[in-house]
Design a protein around this ligand. Structure first.
Ligand code: ZN
Length: 541
């Protein structure tokens, strides 16, 4: 029972264990099992290979992303400090292109500046922009990310601005002056983030070193060819102009909307263009850059300042700015001088060329006319000739104690019989013309019986003196300008007595009852209603 039982059990167990009843059976089973075992190992191998492949694949994606940056930056936010620092410069390279525009050929540290930026952020593009190929040549190692653009137009090459448009692929562009070092990528990235949050500004001024940036007001008046700086210091958020050493960050698309984005002196030119568009600049307060000394001696420094002035002059000419005033105290004139010609040509049909452009009389010309007029008034006062302010000049005096902004000369009436009291007119009658000791040029007009005093022989800004005489109570003269409505006879009682009126900073002689006199000549309400001459002909006026 036990044996059979055991056999049974054995058999049963055997069957259970192996499941074969014969050798053939066994053989078949083993082969199958071995096969099964083999496929398992094969699968394992396959899995390992697949996992390795997957890991390689993932690594490649990861490695690829090192250069495409997106993934890297996403992972960087939660990653370790090491990765964070590493990621900042990569993100920076994707956000900002650096432009070095302000440097001198004769002495600069552009090479060191580029090296510093590439050291801190190796993938960031740095573009050196110049008006010509620098000479002596710079020792910069140019590469895919260190570029040079020559703004000089070359008849065989594309427009350099188009080249720059293609080259700058980042959403932001940063202008840095030569001699600027960057502290950390992270610091500049913070500034970029700051700019992104300030929707009202179009540019961000980032101080270099501990420079305290100020924010004077700036008004650009194209019509009167002038720029006015005021001492008003605006809030850090809304500047027209920023004073002090700084870098300037702008959105690349905004930058290329400007007329001349790379004109030097860069900041004067940029802020003028920004202000004209009512675009404001913000001031950033973080520490991003440190200053480095560029010029080794005073001579270089002086040469730099001189070049800067020359560039400023040429920019002002390009933008048609002829007067810059600093808080109404210091005034700098660009444009015509005693040594240069008047900056507008001969006036045809009493409509000077600038009026066609919708502009008023250039400030340098108004200044020249004022100076000439003061000189003439002083002379007339000295020789006691009876004179009075005439026509448009008297109208200007009544309106604003000054020349009308679009007028271009000063007209004075004088009693003809008083001319002999003044030696200048006696000389004119003899010689026809002369230049006085102050450089003003006197002429007897060829167009008729009147006198013209020019600012100088070359600069023909002038004052006209018209001799009148009384004819049975009516003031008349021998030469008339048909195009001038105000050029008419008038009752002598307006000159009896003569009065005084304030004009260009002087008290000058004028007819009595100025309002009535002007309305007699020009028509009713002429003082209150300024009329721009031939306004329908003005382009863009
Ligand atoms: Zn002028």
């Amino acid at each position: 029972m036990s044996a059979s039982g055991s056999h049974y059990e054995n058999k049963h167990r055997g069957q259970k264990k192996h499941g074969f009843k014969s050798y053939a059976d066994f053989n078949f089973f083993t082969r199958k099992r071995l096969l099964k075992l083999g496929s398992l190992q094969y699968m394992k191998c396959l899995m390992i290979v697949l996992v390795i492949n997957l890991l390689v694949f993932l690594y490649l994606i990861y490695a690829h992303n090192l250069f495409s940056l997106d993934q890297y930056v996403l992972s960087a936010n939660g990653a370790s400090q090491y990765y964070r620092e590493d990621a900042q410069h990569l993100l920076l390279a994707k956000e900002v292109t650096v432009i070095i525009r302000e440097f001198e050929d004769f002495e600069n540290r552009v090479n060191k500046t580029v090296k510093n930026f590439k050291w801190i952020s190796p993938f960031m593009t740095v573009i050196i922009v110049a008006d010509n190929i620098p000479y002596p040549p710079m020792a910069v190692n140019f590469s895919q990310t260190v570029r040079f653009v020559n703004l000089q137009l070359h008849p065989m090459l594309e427009n350099p601005t188009d080249t720059l448009k293609r080259m700058i692929t980042t959403p932001y562009t940063l202008f840095i002056p030569d001699g600027t070092n960057i502290t950390r990528s992270y610091a500049l990235l913070q500034a970029v983030r700051n700019m992104k949050t300030r929707k009202l500004i179009k540019a961000l001024a980032i101080p270099i070193g501990y420079e305290k940036l100020t924010c004077p007001g700036m008004d650009v008046h194209l019509r009167s060819w002038s720029v006015d700086f005021t001492n008003f210091v605006g809030g850090e958020g809304m500047c027209d102009y920023v004073q002090g050493s700084h870098a300037l960050l702008m959105s690349t698309s905004d930058l290329f909307q400007l007329t001349s984005p790379f004109e030097r002196p860069l900041y004067v030119s940029l802020y003028m263009q920004l202000t004209l568009r009512r675009w404001k600049t913000g001031i950033y307060t973080g520490e991003v850059f440190t200053p480095k000394t560029i010029f080794k001696n005073f001579k270089s420094e002086w040469k730099h300042k001189h070049m800067e002035e020359l560039r400023l002059e040429s920019t002002m000419k390009k933008f048609e700015i002829k007067k810059v005033s600093y808080d109404k105290q210091k005034v700098i004139y660009y444009g015509c001088t005693k040594e240069t010609e008047r900056c507008f040509g001969t006036v045809v049909n009493s409509m000077p060329e600038f009026l066609y452009k919708g502009k008023w009389t250039p400030p340098c010309c108004l200044k020249a006319v004022r100076e000439t007029a003061r000189h003439v008034f002083n002379m007339l006062n000295k020789c006691s000739a009876r004179y009075w302010l005439e026509g448009g000049s008297l109208l200007g005096a009544a309106r604003q104690k000054d020349i009308i902004p679009w007028d271009y000369d000063v007209d004075i009436g004088v009693y003809r019989e008083d001319l002999d009291y003044c030696k200048q007119f006696v000389t004119l009658k003899e010689k026809g013309s002369f230049t006085d000791e102050a450089g003003f040029h006197w002429e007897k007009a060829t167009e008729g019986e009147f006198f013209r005093i020019h600012y100088s022989v070359v600069n023909r800004n002038h004052v006209d003196i018209f001799p009148f005489y009384s004819k049975s109570g009516i003031m008349t003269k021998n030469t008339w300008f048909k195009t001038h409505r105000q050029d008419t006879e008038f009752p002598e009682h307006y000159l009896k007595p003569l009065t005084k009126v304030e004009f260009i900073g002087m008290n000058v002689s004028a007819p009595n009852n100025i309002r009535q006199f002007l309305e007699y000549k020009f028509g009713k309400g002429v003082i209150e209603n300024p009329r721009f001459p031939n306004s329908e002909m003005v382009v863009g006026g």
